[in-house]
Ligand binder design. Structure first.
Ligand code: C5P
Length: 411
């Protein structure tokens, strides 16, 4: 099965001569099993008609005007941004690449690129001198650093009569590149349970103890697992992150809630990934009424919460179990000690306490440890890092299941 099967792809068409190849691209993406919606810039319409792209995509084309009430009521730009599994801009002109690099959002396509959580790829198409210009080189480098994939450009004779790099790759090659971006569906049919976010431990009806976890990393992990083909359940503490598409979310508040939800689901789980920052302690008693500030000092007695990760690793038929370790010092040593003590298969460790990585930030870096080895996943967006982590988990999970099966066959 193609990794594009049942994927929802937005093809963005900007105003370059290679737009004549876009209908063929749309047709080939649909042949590979994808559902395609097309978004055109105003300049693209100078090269190719919306009617052509409507016919090949079998959907009305989304045109550049952001303020079109009819189009917005049919599917708003935010709904469209959430709908997509990937956005492929082909052709991407030098101008559009520059606008993306600067985060402009003055038409539908540029706004989508900012609003979407999906993978974004560009297929540059321009005159070879424009491609080689320092401004374009820098803009492309900025996009690549942000995790945008750059397909091509190919080299050869150009519409303007010159020869060199700047041709949009052929539609068949673009389909292959996009397909590779979705990976091998390494977790096709695998059941994955993820915890995310903080927990809130109530003191009285208006106060609680919590922590600074945003939930972004856990949500990114759940989404990356779904992209790799897994059936994903996400048990989430209170966060402000929008629910990922194609993931069943079970919202919880406290560590005890989270423990209960996880233990109910775990028998039906192949891989458990505990990303949540579960509160280690909760108030021993819950005050039914708001505590009054009568005394100078107030002591709240705390009792330990169950360790969900350890409970999962010790369950009757434990899934492949992955934990997270947020540490302010001695990252590797503390993480390895945690891996052994909790009896889990793998741990992803990150430094916290620095302002620009970790808990609330959009970027992170991870050290991943299993029983044999340590590997560094370099700093990148939480979305990209989550995809890399899921690949690492899939490799180890498959190796473990294969060796289990071989042992069983020899019995
Ligand atoms: O022991 P520590 O809290 O540092 O371990 C972090 C890892 O353990 C995370 O994967 C977290 O989700 C998990 N954890 C848990 N239940 C707890 C505390 C932590 O599952 N009560």
């Amino acid at each position: 099965m193609s990794s594009l099967s049942q994927k929802r792809i937005i093809v963005g068409v900007t105003g370059g001569i290679a737009a004549y190849k876009s209908p063929d691209l749309v047709r080939r993406l649909r042949d590979a099993g994808a559902t395609v919606r097309v978004v055109m810039t105003a300049n693209a319409e100078q090269f190719i008609t919306p009617l052509t792209l409507q016919a090949v995509s079998d959907h009305s084309v989304h045109r550049s005007n952001l303020l079109d009430a009819d189009a917005e009521s049919a599917m708003s730009h935010i709904q469209l941004a959430r709908w997509a599994d990937a956005v492929l801009i082909a052709p991407a002109t030098a101008d559009f690449i520059a606008r993306m690099a600067h985060g402009l959002a003055d038409d539908l396509l540029s706004t989508l690129c900012l609003a979407t959580e999906a993978r974004v790829a560009v297929a540059p198409s321009m005159n070879q001198r424009m491609w080689q210009h320092a401004a374009t080189r820098e803009n492309v480098a900025v996009l690549a650093k942000r995790g945008v994939s750059v397909f091509g450009p190919a080299s050869g004779s150009q519409a303007c009569g010159e020869t060199g790099p700047g041709r949009m790759p052929e539609p068949t090659e673009l389909v292959e590149s996009l397909s590779a971006l979705f990976g091998s569906q390494a977790l096709g049919g695998v059941k994955v349970l993820v915890t995310a976010g903080p927990t809130q431990e109530a003191i009285d009806p208006v106060r609680n103890i919590t922590n600074r976890s945003s939930g972004k990393m856990g949500y990114a992990v759940a989404r990356a697992a779904a992209e790799a083909g897994a059936d994903v359940v996400l048990v989430s503490g209170p966060t402000h992150v929008p629910y990922p598409e194609k993931v069943r979310v079970i919202p919880v508040i406290s560590a005890l809630h989270m423990h209960q939800a996880v233990m109910t689901e775990v028998a039906n789980t192949d891989i458990f990934i505990g990303v949540a920052a579960v509160a280690d302690y909760r108030p021993a008693e819950f005050h039914q009424q708001k505590i009054k500030k009568t005394n100078d000092q107030l002591t709240i007695k705390l009792v330990k919460n169950p360790d969900i990760l350890t409970a999962v690793a010790k369950s009757v038929k434990p899934p492949f179990t992955v934990g997270f370790a947020a540490e302010t010092e001695n990252l590797e040593a503390h993480a390895r000690e945690k891996l052994m003590r909790k009896g889990i298969d793998m741990i992803a460790a990150n430094r916290v306490g620095d302002a620009d990585v970790g808990l609330e930030s959009d970027e992170n870096e991870l050290l991943i440890l299993d029983r044999m080895d340590t590997k560094r996943l370099p700093r990148s967006s939480k979305r990209q890092l989550a995809r890399n982590l899921i690949e690492e988990i899939a490799t180890r999970y498959c190796a473990k299941s294969t060796s289990k099966n071989i042992r069983r066959a020899h019995r």
